[in-house]
Design a protein around this ligand. Structure first.
Ligand code: GYE
Length: 316
């Protein structure tokens, strides 16, 4: 299931007798993906008998900084956090280091001195972007179309995941000059924003799906929440999503249902179940063992060409 990580707890001899305390700063609850991510961490902490202090930052970096500082004051054994954006963490990480508290970066990556944190656990967002583009390359391989216009619904500006999903995608579509990103807009990973962006496009399109008079062939959405929002808008305007190709990322049950119903064409999985691996890393650190610099989760993808009868319930 997990790359780069040996999950066996080898010896109990060094296991401390006191209960480990993990302070975890979560971004908020902007998507079903995020809610599942939080649940996975809470469940795994219980299973591993680790005391978890969770803070919900309500989408604000300043709240995350406050939470991390309170974990330092509380002298937790390990701090884990999901950085909402890539930068702005240096000072707080130095404070944690001075207090001798190791930090695990979860889900999103940061730009900083790598010596300031123990390791990263999460997804490979560049590879997710690549997979989304690979699907499009094969989907349009045999068409004689001269131009394929893409609108991108982007995740939170300056988040590593939005940057990675954009980068991996562009690296691959650039191989076929027919692909053209005619518009990219920040939808903040939110369903409400996905709907808003689509409403605006429909309003300006006067019936056809266009952007600045260019027909839209493809929508690439950085997460399912925004995708479900844009589908809300199409449905409310009695427009079919079947005339455009839509690729989404996350693989929540609701978006898999839309894929099966023919309203989406491809969904790239992003695995939110980081809890078990996070607890293993926490225990490894507390046993004084080195941890992998990067631990990526295993992720697959779902497409319109799949045998849907083989699908199992996603659980979120
Ligand atoms: O795709 C999105 C969430 O950081 C990978 O954040 C995560 C993204 C996920 O809100 O749904």
């Amino acid at each position: 299931m997990f790359k780069n990580l040996n999950f066996e707890v080898k010896s109990k001899t060094k296991t401390p007798t006191k209960q480990l305390i993990l302070g975890f700063s979560q971004i908020g609850s902007e998507s079903a993906w995020r809610t599942r991510n939080t649940q996975s961490i809470i469940e795994a902490a219980k299973e591993n008998n680790i005391q978890l202090i969770v803070d919900d930052a309500q989408q604000k970096q300043e709240n995350q900084l406050k939470a991390i500082r309170s974990f330092i004051v509380y002298q937790v054994d390990v701090i884990a956090f999901v950085p909402i954006v890539e930068t702005g963490w240096d000072n707080v990480l130095k404070e944690a280091k001075d207090a001798d508290i190791p930090v695990i970066i979860v889900d999103r990556q940061i730009k900083t001195d790598p010596g300031l944190y123990a390791g990263f656990l999460g997804e490979d967002s560049i590879s997710e972007g690549k997979k989304a583009a690979d699907f499009l390359l094969s989907k349009f391989k045999n068409t004689t179309r001269q131009k394929i216009n893409i609108v991108e619904f982007s995740g939170t500006t300056n988040s590593s995941v939005a940057i990675g999903r954009a980068k991996g995608f562009r690296n691959v579509i650039s191989k076929d000059p027919r692909f053209n990103i005619i518009h990219s807009e920040d939808g903040d990973f939110l369903r409400s924003r996905g709907k808003e962006i689509m409403d605006k496009i429909i309003y300006n399109s006067k019936g056809y799906l266009t952007f600045n008079n260019e027909p839209i062939d493809v929508i690439y959405s950085h997460n399912d929440s925004m995708t479900l929002g844009l589908l809300d808008s199409l449905k409310a305007n009695k427009l079919s999503s079947k005339n455009i190709v839509i690729v989404s990322v996350d693989a929540e049950q609701k978006s898999i249902d839309e894929l099966v119903a023919g309203n989406l064409n491809c969904v790239i999985e992003c695995n939110p179940n980081l809890g078990p691996a996070l607890m293993e890393l926490t225990k490894q650190i507390c046993r004084g063992e080195p941890i992998a610099r990067i631990t990526y989760m295993h992720e697959s993808s779902f497409t319109e060409n799949d045998d849907f009868s083989k699908y199992t319930a996603r659980g979120y």
